[in-house]
Ligand binder design. Structure first.
Ligand code: AHR
Length: 658
């Protein structure tokens, strides 16, 4: 207590968490009467890529891994024969008379001897997560391969092999048919297993084995994991970039992302290996494939559910230039261009068009209102420009209203970046996709990056960014407060310049705590729980507290700790001020709002802070670094604020005209 009185005697305002650090003063002037442009209505969005088991085993909650037996060459990945030696039987992967040509393999289960159950179990994705009282729909395509009448026992087992839910299927007949039953779990288990056995002898063919939770987002069959969608929706994202990322490109063109293989009946979706399977030898993921259960239809539906504009990024005839760099010859680009044109028809076309009809058949006759598309991911060099040019021309000829995103390569400066910026203004494109993965200092030093960009030139899409605590792609990177704070400081620059910066998204989005290849990520999860990182809460604050007009801000702060931006929300008249204190000392700020006074109604303050730059959130402490909200009561025309050390403060002030 003594120290408080001592400091108080010198008239210095301190907050409890920084009692030992001398407070600094600053003045912040906001020109409410002189807006400097419009805030981009699509400024903050999200970036989704199937990396870190973000789709299968994550947002797509199918519990069975390799239910189609298509994980080639090891088609039994995820499956194990029952261990009881008293049971007799064989397992074989066959491919004659399959379910369909896109799904050529299936399992023949043969039980030789009645008596003891024989069959297979599935380990799921890092185990199978089930909750007590929740229902799971088991289904399988089956075809009897012998005359005996077989029945199948379906069980969910906990980690001690105790049955915690079961069902039975019988009366198999004829050709391939789907059979199903519902299983209720009597326990909550993070790493359960699925067991399929038969006591009766005979042979049966099985394919597309599925255990799917009934509880999904919007209770949709084949719907998405609700806690993860809720975290996305809470961000109030204005767009959703999909499906990546390098996954768009593939290591080779053969495993590039092809949207047409991801729609329609689930059994027809042609699985491929996930390019992140072998990218980093310190995080090999031999069981990482893309089932496309979460495909382009589910993606468009998700955009609609969370109020985000779709922003697909498509392959332009180039495999990842960090890998094979394989190129489609220039005279063979038609298929790539046609895929892009057809995607617009699938999203927006009337139900009388071939692709619009497919959308309607999947359950969505109304258009998805696609108005922007990216051509290529982190492509660079003349090879890119040569492919982008015919792509962009064909798209603008047919769909002049669809805006195009062009890539500026993987780095925020340098030869590839400069080359892109020399060439792109000559092409019919609208946004340039700039990526920044860099250390926290880079983000602080680049908060003014866009201050001098050409206001009349191409608009910016900051399509992937994240501060890296150690180095790009290092497995030691952490989602710590230091990185999140640096991103917040940088984002004040995006907001101040959002007449130029049209869109921005943190990347990557999701990671399974046991299945990741890349870190940091915005949201982490296990089979049952999930949490937002400090970086998530920065994104959430910026995205939700966004106005419509950019207000000029002048900061006089001798300690050089502060970064700031301000906007006005024309619908409410509220003035929204964001101030990021990047140093440990409290900054006592005098705020001067010219043209208005903070009204008697006050407003709201949101403060995100930690005095520990290494602080992180976790499954056990999901809200350790998260915003605190408090009222700004009767301001009486004065606005003074102590900004805690290492903090992001957002003040939403109800302002009255002076
Ligand atoms: O976000 C992870 C990867 O980083 C993306 O796939 C790629 O575009 C970037 O290099």
């Amino acid at each position: 207590m003594k120290s408080i009185f001592l400091f108080a005697a010198f008239g210095i305002c301190l907050c409890w968490t920084h009692m030992t650090t001398r407070a600094q003063t600053a003045s912040v002037s906001v020109r409410v009467d002189k807006p400097a442009g419009q805030v981009s209505p699509t400024l903050h969005g999200i970036f989704f890529e199937d990396i870190n088991f973000g789709a299968d085993g994550g947002l797509y909650p199918q519990r069975v891994k390799n239910g189609s037996f298509e994980f080639t060459p090891d088609t039994m990945v995820g499956w194990r024969k029952t261990e009881d030696n008293r049971a007799g039987g064989t397992l074989a992967i066959l491919d004659d008379k399959p379910l369909n040509a896109n799904n050529p393999h299936y399992l023949r289960l043969t039980v030789l001897d009645g008596g003891q159950p024989f069959g297979i179990s599935n380990e799921g994705f890092h185990g199978i997560g089930v909750k007590r009282g929740d229902k799971y729909d088991f289904s399988v395509y089956a075809r009897p391969a012998s005359a005996e009448a077989m029945s199948l026992q379906i069980s969910i087992l906990d980690s001690k092999n105790q049955v915690i839910g079961s069902g039975e299927l019988a009366s198999f007949s004829g050709d391939w048919k789907q059979y199903s039953c519902t299983i209720e779990s009597s326990a909550t288990v993070e790493k359960a297993r699925l067991l399929i056995t038969s006591k009766t002898p005979g042979s049966i063919d099985l394919d597309m084995v599925s255990l799917y939770p009934e509880e999904t987002w919007a209770n949709r069959p084949n719907g998405l994991r609700p806690d993860l969608v809720q975290l996305l929706k809470d961000l109030q994202p204005k767009f959703l970039r999909f499906p990546g990322g390098c996954i768009v490109e593939g290591r080779f063109l053969s495993n590039r992302y092809q949207w047409k293989n991801t729609i329609g009946d689930l059994t027809e979706r042609k699985l491929i290996l996930n390019r992140w399977k072998t990218e980093f030898n310190w995080r090999l993921s031999p069981d990482y494939f893309q089932s496309f259960g979460l495909g382009f239809y589910e993606y468009f539906q998700l955009c609609e559910d969370i109020g985000a504009k779709p922003l697909p990024i498509l392959n332009c005839g180039m495999a990842c230039q960090f890998n094979s760099g394989e190129l489609a010859p220039l005279d063979q680009l038609d298929q790539y261009i046609q895929d892009a044109l057809d995607l617009v028809e699938f999203a927006n076309g009337s139900v009388d068009t071939p692709w619009g009809k497919k959308r309607a058949e999947m359950g969505h006759p109304a258009p998805f209102n696609l108005d922007r598309i990216g051509v290529g991911n982190e492509q660079w060099g003349p090879q890119y420009v040569d492919r982008l040019a015919p792509f962009a021309k064909a798209m603008k000829d047919k769909y002049p209203d669809v805006k195009l995103v062009a890539a500026a390569g993987p780095f925020p400066k340098g030869r590839e970046f400069d080359y892109a910026w020399r060439k792109l203004p000559g092409l019919p494109v609208d946004f340039v996709d700039e990526h920044y993965y860099a250390n926290p200092d880079w983000f602080l030093q680049n908060a003014n990056r866009y201050d001098n960009y050409d206001r009349k030139g191409l608009k910016i899409f900051a399509g992937e960014f994240a501060a890296q605590s150690v180095a790009i792609a290092s497995p030691l990177n952490k989602n710590n407060w230091e990185c999140a704070l640096a991103e917040a400081a940088f984002m004040t620059g995006l907001e101040r310049n959002s007449d130029v910066v049209a869109m921005a998204s943190y990347a990557p989005l999701f990671a399974h705590v046991e299945g990741w290849q890349w870190t940091p990520n915005l949201i982490w999860f296990d089979n049952l729980r999930s949490f937002g990182t400090p970086n998530y809460y920065v994104q959430k604050l910026f995205s939700r507290q966004i106005g419509t007009a950019i207000l000029p801000v002048k900061i006089d702060d001798s300690s050089k700790a502060l970064f700031g931006s301000a906007t006005r929300d024309d619908a409410t008249g509220d003035v929204i001020i964001k101030l990021v204190n990047t140093k440990s000392a409290v900054v006592s700020a005098d705020l001067n709002l010219s043209g208005v006074s903070p009204g008697p109604l006050g407003g709201t303050a949101y403060v995100l802070s930690s005095d520990d730059l290494n602080a992180q959130n976790s499954l056990d402490e999901p809200m350790k670094v998260s915003p605190q909200e408090s009222p700004l009561a009767n301001l009486g025309g004065q606005l003074k604020r102590d900004l805690p050390g290492y903090s992001v403060t957002v003040l939403r002030v109800r302002a009255a005209n002076r």
